[in-house]
Design a protein around this ligand. Structure first.
Ligand SMILES: [Zn+2]
Length: 244
């Protein structure tokens, strides 16, 4: 009888322990669940605006790769397609530099490395279409320090409108990433002289959507819903920029 009594007590403790574990798992699940906002700009908001969406890399060029084999090019493409969908729905004349897993070097006529010709082709698409603005989509990686995380938006030093656009996007993406971070991180948009920024005639930015080398960012970027959320925040920021 004594043994039975002890085991009954033990079962009670076990049930309490299980309940605690389930409770914390539900908490973690709620914290990690990604809610997708539904507000969209009205259908005449982007009328007559030409916007070029440029998902970086593609084809033989995977871009940054995580230790588990997740490739930047696929994340960029997913975000880019979602962003195009949102802009199309809102009446923009939206052009995407690639809508499948390809690189663009064949479209360039300059004699240079494959990588440079690929970038040149993207610049040409932006310039030929006289884009009102462009968004180049990328994901960062810094394996030497895996604690580095968060989005960073780059603009061309000499372009005030690009700086403005970068600020709107940076602010929204900081908020979006911070929803899921254990410790908040507020990166600032940065001036840069990258080829695509320097050689385009339109205002535009390179959006680095977090670091694939960071565990927290990786866990977010692998989720399709989060990729949509990023696209949605960029879409909202473009609206703010055009309205500002
Ligand atoms: Zn990249």
């Amino acid at each position: 009888m004594d043994i039975f009594y002890i085991s009954k007590k033990y079962i009670k403790k076990l049930i309490i322990l299980l309940a605690i574990i389930i409770f914390f798992n539900i908490l973690i699940y709620i914290r990690n669940d990604i809610d997708v906002p539904t507000f969209k700009y009205s259908s005449n908001y982007f009328i007559n605006k030409t916007i070029v969406i440029d998902p970086g890399h593609g084809g033989v060029d995977g871009g940054a790769v995580s230790s588990g084999g997740l490739m930047e090019k696929d994340i960029n493409l997913a975000i880019g397609k979602y962003l195009k969908e949102l802009l199309d729905e809102s009446g923009a004349n939206c052009i995407i530099t690639r809508d499948k897993d390809i690189e663009l070097s064949k479209l360039s006529t300059i004699k240079d490395t494959r990588n440079r010709r690929d970038l040149n082709a993207r610049v040409n698409i932006i310039n030929h279409n006289k884009a009102d603005l462009f968004i180049s989509i990328h994901v960062n990686s810094f394996p030497k320090d895996k604690s580095i995380k968060g989005p960073i938006v780059f603009y061309y030093n000499q372009s005030e409108p690009s700086k403005e656009l970068a600020k709107y996007i940076q602010k929204r993406l900081n908020t979006e990433f911070n929803k899921y971070y254990r410790y908040k991180k507020h990166n600032k948009s940065r001036g840069g002289t990258y080829y695509i920024l320097k050689n385009t005639k339109s205002p535009g930015v390179i959006v680095e959507n977090g670091f694939i080398s960071n565990k927290e960012d990786y866990n977010l970027l692998k989720k399709d819903k989060f990729r949509y959320s990023i696209a949605y925040q960029i879409y909202m920021a473009i609206g703010e920029y055009l309205n500002g």
